[in-house]
Design a protein around this ligand. Sequence first.
Ligand code: KIV
Ligand code: ZN
Length: 499
Amino acid sequence: MTDRLFIFDTTLRDGEQVPGCQLNTVEKIQVAKALEQLGVDVIEAGFPVSSPGDFNSVIEISKAVTWPVVCALTRAVKKDIDVAVDALQYAKHKRIHTGIGTSDYHIKYKFNSTRDEIIERGVEAVKYAKKFVEDVEFYCEDAGRTDNEYLARVVEAVITAGATVVNIPDTTGYCLPQEYFEKIKYLKENVSNIDKAIISTHCHNDLGMATANTFNGVMAGARQVEVTINGIGERAGNTSLEEIAMILKCHKGLGIDTNINTTKIYPVSRMVSSLMNMPVQPNKAIVGRNAFAHSSGIHQDGVLKNVQTYEIINPKDVGIDDSSIVLTARSGRAALKYRLNANGVDVDEEKLDSIYKKFLQLADQKKEVTDADVLMIAGADTAASHAVKLDFLQVTTGKGVVSVASIGLDISDQKFEAAASGNGPVDAAIKALKKIITKKMTLKEFTIQAISKGSDDVGKVHMQVEYDGSIYYGFGANTDIVTASVEAYIDCINKFKKK
Ligand code: KIV
Ligand code: ZN
């Protein structure tokens, strides 16, 4: 008999907190539906009191998915719980995730409180949430650095108050795997009513031990894991869903099963990476570009003789189709659609037509169009609906000459042009742009990244621009890095225009 492990996905809450990874509601619905297809049990859809955007996303995700539990985060504060209840009104299965910091660091410095008072506040929050929903999860923030005896008192009290799941986060990613194992074991053995609730893990990756800690938590008796796609999340990230799902699939002998359809892992990973503009490191376990690439001669020889010599996972099991169709200027719409779908992007015929036109332009510049390029084109397609668009950009630059740029913008169907010189091509182009859009904007961060390899490759630019006291994140991708930079700047402008 196998034991069931519940998968609680927090890509849209803990993952989405990462600067630059913010999604709009339409994109969040797209991810939530993909998570439902993937088979996650719980989707943490947001922190409704934190912003109207989060509130609205929880409402819309609740309407969009059917069988997973939709969960909303709150602090142990009545107002937060009221707003979460409101946001969850359309959820078919709903959960409130409330909690408070329990380590002495949090009690003393965050709350200026006492251990007893923190228990009272936690109990009160659970009792209040129980008036509205049956399923209440309680998190003991910084449980990783909370002493086990006190943690057991908190957990016992909130279960008595009605908590159905108790979450033991290693919020700072501090715990050693053995220590985390002992913590969960201690709770199993010392909390008298522990059989009335499910223990959940929630591990951060600051020391690169999130997956090891989560796995050890499960070995000690936790039956829910809180994870994200590609391991995205605060700072060094959270435990990645794909790693836990594949550990349990590869080690069937452990007798622990999840509901994850692992063949959907790769498309969802691509979708999240592309929508959040967050590249996956090439050597990332399960979903990295090199995860199934055998490069050394000895390994290739072994794999050709018998794939099991160096491969513990069949790439097909995680949705990587090794017979991938290579796209070139001669590829048709069907091949493009196939690659888009394989990368988790659904398109109707109209959108396919417009993406196909851009694909042909890129295919004329590059020998081979990669998956990353295809995702970039699909992402850029959404920019077509923006109020401010780049019409043209011409830059003269080189060694020993002053860089000069002339730019044309289309702003709500009106054409504007300007020229400027600057300290390098990007500076000249942005100065020219600022002659048309004269708002007081300050460039705060500027990162350029090549997508894969080759001098004809697409470059990605991430930017942060400050305007009117707020920071806006922009993204651009183009084979020409100056154009990508200007597009990223324009992406920021379109965001504050929307506000
Ligand atoms: O890391 C953490 O402690 C959290 C809680 C809010 C669950 O994300
Ligand atoms: Zn967290």
